[in-house]
Ligand binder design. Structure first.
Ligand SMILES: Cc1ncc(COP(=O)(O)O)c(C=O)c1O
Length: 322
């Protein structure tokens, strides 16, 4: 049974859920495996992706706290900032975005969409996430001094409320499995600020699901990301009154390449492979790298081909137009 907390926590309806759950027939045939895809790229709102699920809880909390302004930060091509800008506009809140990067941005992809959404954009000439977050905090202080009621959202919405959305998504996945009588043993997806990963793990611990939840790192080293996931998981688990099992936190950082947002050859190949085999578009920052990992782990028998495997497509393909 689903925990009451999921039903009782305010949520603003933005996403089209349940998202489709499909068997990737051509890829399964090609790799001689059974690969399913959870299409969280199709959450719909403002071009969709995993961040829509998180934003449902965060924007509801902002409204609950009578905020008139939300602030968050990210890279110019941030999917989360696109969704924050859209959710704020949709619910009538002012949105301030701290967007960072050393290079002057071009009006393409997510940055183009974010501009269409009317958010106030504050540029920071730095690639460091810490600088963007510091800027967010000082802007929040300034706006509060002007009498605004500000709701701050850390990078990627990876706070317990954001993670809660992926606890709910985990229950949705179990329903998907049941409907087609599948028994997957591995769930893989792109992991970066850790909220998606933490939420799925809480779902595993709440339900006693036996499979493995494997985050494919898109930005940080496995050690750093695991530690962050542990912290978010701890805070989120406390809401449910359960403990966590750090041994279940699995991060594979072997597919990042030179760094965050820098495409790898394997990622580019995975993008073409998924497009040509299934008509599914991935992105070069997150889902393409995760798909490269899925393909490689199956091809190299790192994951047993006899096991049913789930790839969560977390979206982000707007980036292909960047
Ligand atoms: C498309 C996409 N996939 C995956 C992720 C990773 O999600 P999380 O930040 O919850 O780890 C992100 C985060 O920005 C994303 O935009």
């Amino acid at each position: 049974m689903k925990p009451k907390l999921l039903e009782n926590t305010p949520r603003c309806n933005l996403a089209f859920t349940p998202t489709p759950f499909q068997k990737l027939e051509n890829i399964s045939r090609d790799l001689q495996c059974t690969l399913y895809c959870k299409r969280d790229d199709l959450t719909g709102f403002a071009f969709g992706g995993n961040k829509v699920r998180k934003m449902e809880y965060l924007i509801a909390d902002a409204i609950d706290k009578q905020a008139d302004t939300i602030i968050t930060s990210g890279a110019y091509q941030s999917n989360f900032c696109r969704i924050a800008a859209a959710a704020g506009a949709y619910t009538g809140l002012d949105v301030h975005l701290i967007l960072g990067g050393n290079k002057e941005p071009q009006l393409t992809g997510n940055f183009l969409l974010t501009n269409h959404l009317g958010a106030s954009i504050h540029k920071v000439k730095s690639d460091e996430w810490r600088d963007w977050e510091n800027e967010r905090k000082s802007l929040a202080e300034k706006l509060r001094a002007q009498g605004r009621t500000v709701y701050e959202i850390p990078i990627g919405g990876s706070v317990p409320l954001g993670a809660l959305s992926y606890v709910a998504a985990f229950y949705e996945l179990l329903d998907d499995f049941e409907q087609i009588d599948a028994s997957p043993t591995h769930i893989l997806f792109a992991s970066s600020s850790g909220g998606t990963h933490a939420g799925l793990l809480i779902g595993k611990w709440l339900t006693g699901w036996k499979g493995k939840i494997i985050g494919i790192g898109a930005a940080k080293s496995g050690g750093t990301l695991s530690e962050e996931i542990k912290n978010i998981a701890n805070e989120t688990a406390a809401l449910f009154g359960i403990g966590i099992n750090p041994g279940d936190i699995i991060v594979n950082d072997a597919y990042i390449g030179e760094g965050y947002g820098i495409p790898t050859k394997e990622c580019e190949e995975a993008i073409q492979y998924f497009a040509q085999k299934e008509g599914i578009f991935l992105d070069r920052v997150y889902s393409g790298k995760a798909a490269a990992a899925v393909r490689d782990c199956i091809s190299s028998d790192h994951i047993n081909r006899k096991d049913d495997i789930v790839f969560i497509h977390t979206g982000g393909n707007v980036e292909l137009f960047a």
